[in-house]
Design a protein. Structure first.
Length: 588
């Protein structure tokens, strides 16, 4: 198919520095999450945190009462609180984990449903690997924020402020030191956190690009081999891996610096508080139990402070992922089920004054007109790159004309139900696509009903494909391999024709279906095509002279416009360009 070279679409739109909470919540609402799991998980997490906050106070009472002996009841209460806190925390984590997995599964379903309904023009611009990265990596990043970082942030805030409040009631002087020291420590961490966030975004974008490049290379591995391009692809891949490595180094450095600075800061704070508290105990203004309890609360502050610092890094990464996912969901998709249905049987198919340009604005088709009457054969001939396959793309409604319209029985096809329209068209291309799986799977691909084996064998017989399928070990259940590598070009074409027989289309489009075949395969495929063309309106991009000669009407297409049309003899007599084309193309 004639295709334009387009600038690759950016992996994401312009990035905002602040987290778009409204956009994030809107995206999550689209997944219809089970909010009860989130709320119960959060409540259980807060209960577990509350239990942890009570423990130091019990410990204070227990230690201060040592002079009168160990309070067994209080000791067991402390142990019970530890155990209960651990169990409730585990239940909370389980519920939140289930909630997160449900959200990411629903989000991936939403994205996958979107991807398969996007317009063909989107796939012209974006590499498959980048879309896969959106589907896998970005959704995972969003899940990590929603199911892990966000609940941890809530419980950390509760633990942090709860511990600070209790400490304030216990000893306001020591707590005042904390209120000054902790914000200073977080302020010290802020530049590192910002840089870590930027690197996190870079890593996500680089991963998407790397995924796209590797997917493209591996899907065309035979071209790589036949072109002796292993060294080139190795060098290219190494360059991308090195870029990822350098980003990873930055991320590792920032992460490794952040941890020790936070630890050193908290350790300095701990030592300072311990020295001050020891002096207070020595002076008799603080009990030993209060000191131990205060230190326990101090330990409870260390973890949440680190968690909050990590949360903002995760938040920034998830922000980039959210933007990219939302950008994808905003892409226009095909309206498969809108419009009314209309049978194309005994209806004239026509193109009227059609212009078409891809995104680059340069016209590929200019004022194209043609008419295909029912049960006739219309051939399109002309030099390569003239726009013939683009005409077929417009008929399949992969693209919409810039001006003009495609009609069936005088009705604009743009107003018809797209799924119903395509169900009445059979399209056999030069390189018929084939899916990984069995022959049975490929024959019935896209149908909404089951076929008996007899129906499948009959279709294969009509397509002159039954003999080679019977010769295969597993018959209809033979695996064809990825991209159909286990069947030849001629066999692939005949399977596509058999699928067309099952489809029983009213309009048949043949895009140079025998162009790349050897003479034996071409003869068998041509025989099958001749059978398939009976009783149908057939549009064919001409490759064989016999196809041109036998066509009811021929449209000569060059440089995006129709230079002339008529029967073969009429064009030979009236259009010198056509006559020269036939002499050169078919060496007459």
């Amino acid at each position: 198919m004639e295709r334009r070279m387009s600038a690759p679409r950016s992996a994401a739109s312009a990035k905002r520095s602040k987290f778009d909470l409204r956009g994030f919540l809107h995206l999550i609402r689209q997944t219809k999450p089970r909010y009860w799991q989130l709320w119960i998980g959060l409540i259980l997490g807060m209960i577990a945190t509350g239990a942890q906050l009570i423990v130091p106070k019990f410990a204070q009472t227990l230690i201060n009462g040592f002079s009168h002996g160990i309070n067994q009841t209080l000791l067991w209460a402390v142990i019970g609180l530890f155990v209960a806190s651990a169990v409730i925390s585990a239940l909370s984590g389980t519920l939140l984990g289930i909630f997160g997995e449900n959200v990411v599964a629903n989000l991936r379903q939403t994205l996958w449903q979107k991807l398969v309904r996007l317009k063909v023009s989107y796939f012209d611009d974006v590499k498959t690997g980048e879309m896969t990265s959106r589907l896998v990596n970005d959704t995972t990043q969003i899940k990590d924020l929603l199911a892990n970082s966000f609940p941890q942030m809530i419980t950390s805030l509760l633990q942090l402020f709860g511990a600070l409040a209790i400490m304030l009631l216990m000893d306001w002087k020591m707590t005042a030191i904390m209120f000054i020291a902790v914000p200073l420590l977080l302020l010290l961490m802020l530049p590192i956190m910002n840089q870590s966030s930027k690197v996190g975004r870079q890593r996500q974008d680089a991963l998407a690009k790397f995924s796209g490049e590797t997917d493209e290379t591996l899907s065309e591995i035979r071209l790589v081999k036949s072109s002796n391009a292993e060294a080139y692809e190795t060098t290219t891949g190494f360059g991308q891996i090195k870029a990822l490595y350098q980003i990873g180094l930055k991320e590792a450095i920032y992460d490794s610096v952040a941890g020790p600075i936070m630890t050193a800061g908290m350790l300095a704070l701990f030592v300072g508080v311990l020295v001050y508290a020891a002096a207070r105990v020595a002076a008799g203004t603080m009990t030993m139990g209060t000191l131990v309890s205060f230190l326990m609360y101090l330990f409870q502050i260390v973890g949440p402070a680190g968690t909050l610092a990590q949360f903002f890094t995760t938040l920034s990464k998830a922000n980039g992922s959210t933007e990219r996912v939302r950008d994808l969901l905003k892409e226009p998709e095909e309206a498969l089920d809108s419009g009314h249905t209309q049978s194309v049987t005994d209806q004239t198919l026509a193109m009227s004054h059609v212009d078409f340009a891809y995104d680059d604005g340069q016209n590929v088709l200019q004022d194209v007109n043609f008419e295909a009457k029912p049960n006739t054969v219309v051939a399109f001939a002309g030099p390569s790159g003239g726009g013939k396959s683009t005409i077929f793309g417009l008929l399949e409604r992969y693209y919409q004309p810039s001006t003009g319209q495609v009609t069936i029985g005088g009705q604009n096809v743009a107003d018809l139900n797209l799924s119903d329209w395509r169900s009445q068209i059979g399209y056999v291309s030069q390189d018929s696509a084939i899916m990984a799986g069995t022959i049975r799977h490929n024959l019935t691909y896209g149908f909404d009903r089951d076929f008996s084996d007899d129906e499948l064998w009959h279709a294969l017989q009509l397509a002159s494909a039954d003999q080679f399928v019977k010769a295969m070990t597993d018959g209809l259940d033979t695996q064809v391999g990825e991209r159909g590598v286990k069947v030849s070009g001629g066999q692939r074409q005949r399977l596509a024709i058999a699928r067309a027989f099952l489809r029983d289309p009213k309009i048949l489009m043949l895009d140079e279906a025998t162009a790349s075949l050897d003479s034996e395969s071409e003869a068998m495929v041509q025989k099958a095509l001749s059978e398939l063309m009976k009783g149908r309106t057939t549009l064919v991009i001409a490759h064989r002279l016999s196809t041109i000669v036998d066509a009811d009407q021929i449209y000569f297409v060059e440089n995006g416009h129709v230079s002339g049309h008529g029967t073969h003899q009429e064009l030979m007599d009236q259009l010198p360009l056509y006559r020269d084309y036939v002499k050169i193309q078919f060496k007459e």
